[in-house]
Design a protein around this ligand. Structure first.
Ligand code: ADP
Ligand code: MG
Length: 593
C-alpha cells in the first residue's frame, strides 16, 4: 500500500493543543462530549443531505454512535455512521483551527486571564476535536465519505507538529460510511477505557444527543445448571437410585458482551414542559450550544393554528462576541429542525432580527418542507409567521428576567444585551411598544441603579407632562449640566442618556405611554410655567445686553436669548430646536472621521 503522507499543522494548532491540555488538565473528561458531539453533527449532516440525495444512505441506513472500550490496552473507539470526510476535508477540518468551538475556547481562555476569573469555567468549554489529546497520546481517525471511493486514515500524536494521512488498506477496518476514532490513552488516563466509566460519562454529558449512542458493555444472566455431586459422596449412600436424586443444581452467571443503548433519544423539545426540570433545560442548553454558563432564562412552547412548531429558546448569560459587537447575525444560535431532522443553524436574520441574534434555541417545524433551502426560508410565509411568534416569545422571556426576584439577572442582561434592545428601538418599529419597557437608564434621581421608563412615569410629578432627558458623554457631565437646575428645583426626574446610541433610540421611540420625550438641552424647553408678563419685562430690560453679546460672539452662536430655565448659573449654551443636540454633534463628528 502507498506510504502515509506527512502534513504540518497550521501553526496555531499545535500551540492550541498544548494550551488545551494545560488549561483543561482537571477537566479531561470533556473529550468524550466533544467527540460525541462531532459524531452527532456528522449524522445530522448526513440525514439532512440524504433528504435530497437518498443514495447517500445506500451503504447502510443505520444512524448511530458506538463507543467501545478495551480496558486492558487502554483504547477507546468511537464510531459513527455519519457523513465522514474526504481526504481534502480531513486536511481542512483536522489540520486547521478555523472551527467554531476551538476559536471560542481561545477567547474564553483570554477573557479568563484578563479578568482573573475562575479557570474552572473554561473546563466546561467546548474545544472540539483536539480535546482527544487531553487523554490520548495517539489518535487515529479512519473515515469514509459517501463522496469518496476510498477510506482514509488520519493519525496524529500529542505534542507533535505534524500528522499523517494514508489510505485504509486493512479489510477488517473498512466501514461502509462514517468515522471511527481510536484513542490510545495516555498511561495515567487508561482508566477512561473502563466500560462503566464511559457509560457514566455518556449519560452525564451526552444525554440530549438525538441519535442512539451505544456503549459496549459486559452483561450477564444467571442460569441454573445441573452438576453431579462428588462421586465419593454418592458412593457413601450406597444406593444407585439415589444417584439421580442427588444431582444438584447450581446458579451460574453467564457473561457476554453486547451493545447497550445509553442515552434517551427523544428530543427535549418534544417532551411535555411540565415534565422537564430547569436542570434539564440548562443541561440541554450547555450541551447543544457548547456553553459553559447557565442561561439567564428559557422558554419552551408549542404554537398551533396557522403554523405549527415547537421551540425552546434561551437568553445566554454573557455575550460571546463582547458587548460592542452586535452586528454579527450569523451566530449559529438557532437550530432549525423540520420534523425532527436537523436542517440548519446558519441563519442571517430569517428567524430573528439581527438585534435579537443573541437568542439561542431550537425550532422544530412540521410545516416546512424537509429540503428547505435558503431561498425558501427567505420567501416563506410560514417562516415569516414563525419569526413573528419567536420574536414575541423572546420579548416575553426577556420581560420575565426583568420581573424575576433576582434584580442582578436583569442587570446582567442589560450589561450584555442592552445595546441590542436599543438597536431594536431603532430598527424594529413594529415592536417598539414591546421594546421600550425593556430599556434602562440612569437619571437625576437614580445614579446607582438604572430605572425603567415605567418607573420614570410612576415617579412623575402630578403636573409634569413630558419625559425629560439629557444626552451626554458621561454620567458626571450629565449630573453637572446647568440645564438640570430648574428641573431639579421642580423635582422633575431627568433621564441621563450616556451611551451614544441612547439618544437615537429615544428619538425613534418619540413617546412612551403618550408622554413625549423632551431633550432639556434644546432651546424651547417649556415646562408649562411661563409668566408672559414678567418675561416681556425682562426682555425689555436685557434686550440690549443680548444684542451686544450676539455682536461680540458673531457666528459662534445662532442667537442670544433671555431664558427662564436657569436658577443659579448665569448662562447656558443650548442647541437650536431643529438642530442636533451637542451630544449628537459629537457623535456625528466621531463618525465622519
Ligand atoms: P467544530 O465541531 O466546532 O466544527 P471540531 O474541532 O470539533 O470543531 O471539529 C472540526 C471539524 O472536523 C468539524 O467541523 C467536522 O467538519 C470535522 N469532523 C470532526 N469529527 C467528525 C466526524 N466524526 N465526522 C465527520 N466530520 C468530523
Ligand atoms: Mg465539535
Amino acid at each position: 500500500s502507498p506510504p502515509a503522507e506527512k502534513f504540518e499543522y497550521q501553526a496555531e494548532v499545535s500551540r492550541l493543543m498544548d494550551l488545551i491540555v494545560h488549561s483543561l488538565y482537571s477537566n479531561k473528561e470533556v473529550f468524550l462530549r466533544e467527540l460525541i458531539s462531532n459524531a452527532s453533527d456528522a449524522l445530522d449532516k448526513l440525514r439532512f443531505l440524504s433528504v435530497t440525495d437518498p443514495g447517500l444512505m445506500k451503504e447502510s441506513s443505520e444512524l448511530d454512535i458506538r463507543v467501545q472500550t478495551d480496558k486492558d490496552n487502554g483504547i477507546i473507539t468511537i464510531t459513527d455512521s455519519g457523513i465522514g470526510m474526504t481526504r481534502e476535508e480531513i486536511v481542512d477540518c483536522l489540520g486547521t483551527i478555523a472551527q467554531s468551538g476551538t476559536a471560542k475556547f481561545l477567547k474564553a481562555l483570554k477573557d479568563s486571564k484578563d479578568s482573573g476569573s475562575d479557570n474552572n469555567l473554561i473546563g466546561q468549554f467546548g474545544v472540539g476535536f483536539y480535546s482527544a489529546f487531553l487523554v490520548a497520546d495517539r489518535v487515529v481517525v479512519s473515515t469514509k465519505s459517501p463522496k469518496s471511493e476510498k477510506q482514509y486514515v488520519w493519525e496524529g500524536e500529542a505534542n507533535a507538529s505534524s500528522y499523517t494521512i494514508r489510505e485504509e488498506t486493512d479489510p477488517e477496518k473498512l466501514i461502509p460510511r462514517g468515522t471511527r476514532l481510536t484513542l490510545y490513552l495516555k498511561r495515567d488516563d487508561k482508566g477512561f477505557a473502563h466500560p462503566e466509566r464511559v457509560q457514566k460519562l455518556v449519560k452525564n454529558y451526552s444525554q440530549f444527543v438525538s441519535f442512539p449512542i451505544y456503549t459496549w458493555q459486559e452483561k450477564g444472566y444467571t442460569k441454573e445448571v445441573e452438576v453431579d455431586e462428588d462421586p465419593a459422596e454418592v458412593k457413601k449412600e450406597g444406593d444407585d437410585n439415589q444417584i439421580e436424586k442427588k444431582k444438584k443444581t447450581k446458579t451460574v452467571v453467564e457473561r457476554y458482551w453486547d451493545w447497550e443503548l445509553t442515552n434517551e433519544t427523544k428530543p427535549l423539545w418534544l417532551r411535555n414542559p411540565k415534565e422537564v426540570t430547569t436542570e434539564e433545560y440548562n443541561d440541554f442548553y450547555k450541551q447543544t450550544f457548547n456553553e459553559y454558563l447557565e442561561p439567564l432564562a428559557s422558554s419552551h412552547f408549542t404554537t398551533e393554528g396557522e403554523v405549527e412548531f415547537r421551540s425552546v429558546l434561551y437568553v445566554p448569560a454573557i455575550s460571546p462576541t463582547g458587548k460592542d459587537d452586535i452586528t454579527n447575525p450569523k451566530t449559529k444560535n438557532i437550530r432549525l429542525y423540520v420534523k425532527r431532522v436537523f436542517i440548519s443553524d446558519d441563519f442571517d436574520g430569517e428567524l430573528f432580527p439581527r438585534y435579537l441574534s443573541f437568542v439561542k434555541g431550537v425550532v422544530d417545524s412540521n410545516d416546512l418542507p424537509l429540503n428547505v433551502s435558503r431561498e425558501i426560508l427567505q420567501e416563506s410565509r410560514i417562516v415569516r409567521i414563525m419569526r413573528k411568534r419567536l420574536v414575541r416569545k423572546a420579548f416575553d422571556m426577556i420581560l420575565g428576567i426583568a420581573m424575576s426576584e433576582n434584580p442582578e439577572d436583569y442587570e446582567k442582561f442589560w450589561d450584555n444585551f442592552g445595546k441590542n434592545i436599543k438597536l431594536g428601538c431603532i430598527e424594529d418599529r413594529e415592536n417598539q411598544k414591546r421594546l421600550a419597557p425593556l430599556l434602562r437608564f440612569f437619571s437625576s434621581q437614580a445614579d446607582e441603579v438604572m430605572i425603567s421608563l415605567d418607573e420614570y412615569v410612576e415617579n412623575m410629578m402630578p403636573e409634569q407632562k413630558d419625559i425629560y432627558y439629557i444626552a451626554s458623554d458621561s454620567l458626571t457631565s450629565a449630573q453637572n449640566a446647568p440645564f438640570l437646575e430648574k428641573l431639579k428645583e421642580k423635582e422633575y426626574e431627568v433621564l441621563f442618556l450616556v451611551d451614544p446610541i441612547d439618544e437615537v433610540a429615544i428619538q425613534n421611540l418619540k413617546s412612551y405611554k403618550e408622554k413625549n420625550f423632551v431633550d432639556i438641552s434644546k432651546e424651547d424647553l417649556d415646562m408649562g410655567d411661563k409668566d408672559e408678563e414678567k418675561e416681556k419685562q425682562i426682555k425689555q430690560e436685557f434686550g440690549v445686553t443680548c444684542d451686544w453679546m450676539k455682536k461680540r460672539l458673531g457666528d459662534k452662536v445662532a442667537s442670544v436669548q433671555i431664558s427662564n430655565r436657569l436658577s443659579s448659573s448665569p448662562c447656558v449654551l443650548v442647541s437650536g430646536k431643529f438642530g442636533w443636540s451637542a451630544n449628537m454633534e459629537r457623535l456625528m463628528k466621531a463618525q465622519s472621521l
